[in-house]
Design a protein around this ligand. Structure first.
Ligand SMILES: [Zn+2]
Length: 315
């Protein structure tokens, strides 16, 4: 993408003396002060100027930008700052304001120039900052818009059309993954369906997926993974509860528990009180517990898997 086109005015002592500059320390920002005049209009004007010293390097309107003097040559735009600066002129609309596209282009061009010459935010000057001339008027009248413009010049790039920078094999991998997700989704193997538009895979295969699109796809897949994981965990939990319930309902479990408790009581009584449970008494306890279990099984509260067909036992 070209940010501006070069269309140099002829060498002329009033506008383009043809003197080389060796140093660029500042960008000096101007406005043309000619309502409604385009960048091309200014090329013509300065190409023919004969009666005063004036010029600048780049002119920007809402549609295009024209560089009328090579950047490494002197232009007459900001007095003592001329030898070490580049002059950028913003055209104004009929009502004296900057068009939004003019500002947009100015930002892109400013970023490129700052990158090229290693300039910082404090190297940005309004013509006003050099010698007090009311230029660019919109930014002298409203200093916060000038501050805002400078901030944006050095804000991280968030170009909407920026595509991912991937190797060929990475694009293929990404395409395969998205295609796979698409097929799983439309065949109902992934619920809810995550990707129902094959365009995403196609874009990846042809290396046209943009950063924000990729971020969005990432989010979708993450969401899917989370939901899948949640489903599995929920199913596992239900399975576990079911097993636990089954055990609590099992006749054998209670019989085993009772005889184990009885053993503990017997040993405890012997050790602590030197009391021995008679076999008859122990047998009676087991019988008693057994009777209770039978009643519980009959009521369907517990089950007896050893007698699945028994009249009073249900599984
Ligand atoms: Zn100016």
């Amino acid at each position: 993408m070209t940010l501006w086109r070069d269309q140099f005015i002829r060498i002329n002592e009033f506008t383009r003396p043809g003197i080389k500059r060796t140093m660029t320390r500042n960008l000096v920002w101007h406005y043309t002060a000619n309502p409604g005049a385009s960048a091309a209009n200014h090329f013509t004007y300065f190409n023919n100027l004969r009666d005063r010293y004036a010029s600048a390097h780049i002119f920007i309107d809402s549609k295009e930008a024209v560089c009328i003097i090579p950047l490494d040559e002197l232009a007459y735009h900001a007095n003592q700052a001329n030898p070490y600066s580049i002059g950028v002129e913003l055209c104004i609309e009929r009502d004296g304001t900057f068009h939004v596209n003019t500002i947009k282009q100015a930002l892109a061009i400013g970023k490129e120039l700052n990158r090229r010459y290693g300039l910082t935010i404090s190297d940005q000057l309004r013509h006003y900052d050099v010698n007090g001339k009311i230029c660019p008027k919109p930014w002298v009248d409203n200093p916060s818009s000038w501050q805002d413009f400078k901030q944006q010049l050095f804000a991280p790039d968030t170009k909407e059309d920026e595509t991912l920078k991937l190797e060929q094999w990475q694009w293929k991998d990404l395409g395969d993954a998205l295609s796979n997700m698409y097929h799983l989704s439309v065949n109902g193997q992934v619920k809810p369906p995550l990707i129902t538009d094959y365009t995403w895979a196609e874009k990846a295969y042809t290396g046209r997926l943009k950063r924000d699109e990729f971020a969005w796809l990432n989010m979708i897949v993450l969401k899917g993974t989370y939901e899948e994981d949640y489903k599995i965990r929920r199913e596992n939990k239900m399975e576990k509860t079911k097993v636990e319930k089954k055990r609590l309902r099992n006749y054998g479990f209670w019989t085993a528990l009772v005889s184990q408790l009885l053993l503990v009581v017997q040993i405890g009584a012997k050790l602590l009180f030197d009391y021995t449970l008679t076999e008859d008494f122990a047998a009676e306890i087991v019988l008693f517990v057994d009777a209770i279990l039978v009643v519980l099984a009959t009521l369907g509260i517990i089950s007896n898997p050893t007698k699945p067909d028994g009249k009073y036992f249900n599984l």
